[in-house]
Design a binder for this molecule. Structure first.
Ligand code: MTE
Ligand code: MO
Length: 219
C-alpha cells in the first residue's frame, strides 16, 4: 500500500469516527443527520436529501394532464430519440432490466405541499447517448403534458425513470407504467406516464413554462 492510500484510509476511519460522534452529540436520527449534512456541507451541487423509508407516504394524485385516456399497458412503449441516431423503442421489461435504484426523496409541488415518497427505478442517464446534447424533452403518449430539462439535471444520479412508488407498481393516476422522478426539480417536472424522451440541442417547450412558471424549476 502506498503512502497516499494509507493516509487516505487513516483519514477515512478518523472521519467516520468524528461523524459518528457528532451524530451522537446531535441526538438525531441518521437520516436526519444525513439530510442536514447534505444540505449544509455539500450544498446544492451534489445529491439531494434522502429520508428513512418509513417516512414515505402516498400522495394523492395531483395533475392529470395527459392521463385521462386509458392506455393498454401491454401496448405501451418508450420512444427515445437522439441527434444522429434512429429512434429507439423500449418495452417496460427492457426499462426494468436496467440497473435499479431505490431512494426515498421529497416530491415538492409549486402549490406548496410536499410528500416523502419511496421510489424504484433506473437513472435516466442509463438511456442517454454517450455525448448527450444540452437538453432533454419528455412527453406523455398523447403529447398533452411535456417537460424540458437541462442536461445536468437530467443526468443527475437521482433522476429516475420510476416504475414503483412505495413498493407497488405505479397506478394509472400516478403515471403507470413509467414516471420521471427528479428531486432536484419541483413536482411539475416529474412527468407521469412518459411516452417519449428526446435528447436535443434545442431547449424543449414545457407545459408549465408555457403557463408562466420558471422553465428551469430547480430546487
Ligand atoms: N402527465 C402528467 N404528469 C404530471 C402532472 C400532470 O398534470 N400530468 N402534474 C405534475 C405535478 S404539478 C405534480 S406536483 C406531480 C404530482 O404527482 P402525484 O400525482 O404523484 O402527486 O406530478 C407531475 N407530473
Ligand atoms: Mo405540482
Amino acid at each position: 500500500m502506498n503512502n497516499n492510500r494509507r493516509a487516505f484510509l487513516k483519514f477515512g476511519v478518523a472521519g467516520a469516527a468524528v461523524l459518528a460522534g457528532l451524530n451522537q452529540l446531535l441526538k438525531i436520527s441518521p437520516h436526519e443527520f444525513n439530510e442536514k449534512l447534505t444540505r449544509r456541507v455539500i450544498g446544492t451541487g451534489r445529491l439531494g436529501p434522502e429520508f428513512a423509508r418509513n417516512r414515505a407516504v402516498m400522495p394523492k394524485a395531483n395533475g392529470l394532464v395527459g392521463l385521462d385516456e386509458e392506455i393498454e399497458l401491454k401496448d405501451w412503449m418508450l420512444k427515445i430519440d437522439a441527434p444522429g441516431a434512429s429512434q429507439r423503442i423500449m418495452t417496460i421489461d427492457e426499462v426494468k432490466s436496467l440497473p435499479r435504484v431505490e431512494m426515498t426523496t421529497e416530491l415538492m409541488c409549486v402549490k406548496g405541499w410536499s410528500e416523502v415518497v419511496h421510489w424504484s427505478g433506473t437513472p435516466l442517464r442509463h438511456i442517454a447517448p454517450p455525448s448527450a446534447p444540452e437538453y432533454v424533452g419528455l412527453t406523455t403518449p398523447d403529447e398533452s403534458y411535456f417537460v424540458g430539462l437541462d442536461r445536468e439535471s437530467a443526468l443527475h444520479p437521482q433522476t429516475l425513470l420510476a416504475w414503483k412508488m412505495n413498493g407497488a407498481p405505479l397506478t394509472s393516476e400516478h403515471g403507470a407504467p413509467l414516471q420521471l422522478v427528479i428531486p432536484v426539480k419541483y413536482g411539475i417536472k416529474n412527468i407521469k406516464r412518459i411516452g417519449s424522451i428526446r435528447f436535443t440541442a434545442e431547449r424543449p417547450t414545457d407545459y408549465w413554462a408555457e403557463r408562466g412558471y420558471d422553465w428551469f424549476a430547480g430546487l
